[in-house]
Design a binder for this molecule. Sequence first.
Ligand code: GLC
Ligand code: MN
Length: 345
Amino acid sequence: MSRYELKNKIGITGLGAGVWNIGPGNDPFGGPTRDPIPMLDRLPMLAEAGMSYYEAHDVEITDEMAPAAAKLARKLGMKCAMYTPSFFAAPVFKDGAMTSNDPAVRKLGMENALKAVDTTVVLGAKTMVFWNGREGFDFVLAKNGRDSFKRLVEGFNKVGHYALKNYGTKVKFAIEPKPNEPRANMYMANVGEVLYLISRLDREVQPIFGVNPETAHSRIAGLDYIWDVELCLEAGKLFHIHLNSQDGQRYDQDLPFGYTEPLKDLALLVVLQDAKYAGPVMFDVKAPRVDDPKNITDIITVSAQNLIWLWDRALKVDRSKIGQFRRENRLTALSGYLAQCLYGS
Ligand code: GLC
Ligand code: MN
């Protein structure tokens, strides 16, 4: 099994993807088009597709399954890049976990979160992700927004203190913003909001909280993902990144990285290279409903190949030329230079 590697990257050079990326192909309008693959069987498939890392939710690899998963991953020469509590699938979390109006639901959410911290350690992952899934509202005044914000601060403080007390700085947290879907409006909708929330956490836990920006989520918000990533970098909070693409501002598509906006993707990689980003580079893509079972990992290999091509091209972008175009205020010409780097021979 050969694995994709990012040339000249410092820190983590291998790539990774979520076990949920190779799902059975259901969407809100239709059931699965492929038999579901048992979660642990997905690890060798990801390895076979060139991935060095996998990621999973607590409902996919449960705490009971974790030791077996860790053993299997070791055998495959893989690592867990991140683990994440699923606060969105179970009916009990239909109106959120940390921001639910029901204290019993908030309590259950917290128990799941703390358990997920333990499992993160068992799996040997250094990062636990919180995606805001159901944290939000569909109807105005359904929740008191200021109370919700306080509940998030309280919740993350609790999780952070628990991790520090039990594991020191072994586990870090990356909050993943998204503006909507599944909720009409989601809290922690964008990178700026997440950074603000982190700034309101207890001082001791702030250093272990960062962001997991996802390129498609920025796009769904109508925002530029390069600036979102730059903002994380500026704050010293780019802990993780999810790459994919999105065909316009509509439902969440999780298309292959490099597919919709290759020039922007090239520029994003220039930014990551220049920042000497050492952290994980992971895909969050979704095998489309139309793909046949035997081709289910095409979504991963196409993303990876696109990334490798773009990464190598980004290494060759002449940074002094960018500086010169900026100084001369030739900004259209700068875009043309990037296009030449992308399309030229
Ligand atoms: C869900 C989201 C995805 C997120 C993941 C981990 O699958 O769709 O964007 O990264 O959960 O929390
Ligand atoms: Mn994601």
